[in-house]
Ligand binder design. Sequence first.
Ligand code: GLN
Length: 451
Amino acid sequence: EAFNARVAGAKALNAFLVETPDHALAAADAADRARAAGEAPKPLAGVPIGMKDLFCTAGVPTTAASHILEGFTPTYESTVSQNLWDAGAGMLGKLNMDQFAMGSSNETSAFGNVISPWRRSDGGNAPLAPGGSSGGSSSAVSARLCPGATGTDTGGSIRQPAAFTGISGIKPTYGRCSRWGTIAFASSLDQAGPMARDVRDCAIMLEAMAGFDPKDATSLQLDVPRWEAGLSSDLKGKRVGIPKEYRVDGMPAAIETLWQQGVDWLRDAGAEIVEVSLPHTKYALPAYYIIAPAEASSNLARYDGVRYGQRDLPEGAGLQDMYAATRADGFGAEVKRRIMIGTYVLSAGFYDAYYTQAQKVRALIARDFEQAFERCDVLLAPTAPSAAFALGEKSADPIAMYLNDVFTVPSSLAGLPAMSVPGGLDAAGLPLGLQIIGRPLDEQGVLDAGL
Ligand code: GLN
């Protein structure tokens, strides 16, 4: 009840698209009944969670923050959300996000900007971006509207918003969380993960969310480790790599200081620090912004006005006109930009020059990480090249927006587990995030270093 009231009282943040107080209350009641009956509590008994609106939830409208899905109410539950309910959690509501998870500031939502609960301490009172695409999740957890929320991360959408709002978030190894029932953006990159106040809460939530699912062909057929029970902040015998290519020009001094602070913390925890090289880092962003739109243009072909949500049927229109009108009206500008880029790089004359080339770069980036992990156990880097920016500051310049993903996309391309944890505040009092990247399947190493 307390969390439901907080959600209802925090409308100004625009973090929730749909509120589902009864769902959360039912989980709380079930937890109470189980306790009264003397049953062992489930791992998330009665915990109220916010669900990013990319996860299909049975009987609850799901739009991916796009007009094209307005009116769509799934008849089925995504595997990740079902796993959370099976672990005892309840849903407070569906969280706002960048439309189809495309964006880094939540400004591409068709249902308005999400506002970060943070403000600069140095006078500038402009509302700040909560990061994106999981901006409703970051804003809600940071404002304590919910103890945890789900996010999805294709190129940084869990980590960058977590960094912008001073919370923790982990993207597990590609394949740990089922993609079934999660609206697809770029299928070879999309991964769900938790966003919560601290590392321990993330570990508990991730244990519930992850697991093999025969309904997702890329789901990993592995047991879910007991990450929470395994947490250890003792890093003796561990080596932490500092990727030198992440020291980019024009990085604010506060980010440098933060990174050094992180190095000192991990050294104090017993780790040995080594410098490593990821030579193809500078090609990661361009490769990502070819591969992700290419996959998106294919995935989004299904929104045709026939199968889901919105349909525009101009008078006397034929089928083609209906497709065109629905898509012109239903998709936002950023989504259209991605579809245009995607169809271009996949088109017959350009496929080899762009798409094939980007896939080669992707392989080189994965090999860079493999080689670096011969010399260290985890990597430490900043999560984003800046603190939260003001709403509107970058929205007119897609390239400036894409550049904010420079530190998060390489590990996505390589499918590696990566986490953002709060590292401290900059001179304006805004949170900064530190990123830990691990070997495939080594979520434990990532969580331990983050602890
Ligand atoms: N900001 C990146 C993009 O716009 C990443 C988004 C994501 O991870 N979903 O594609």
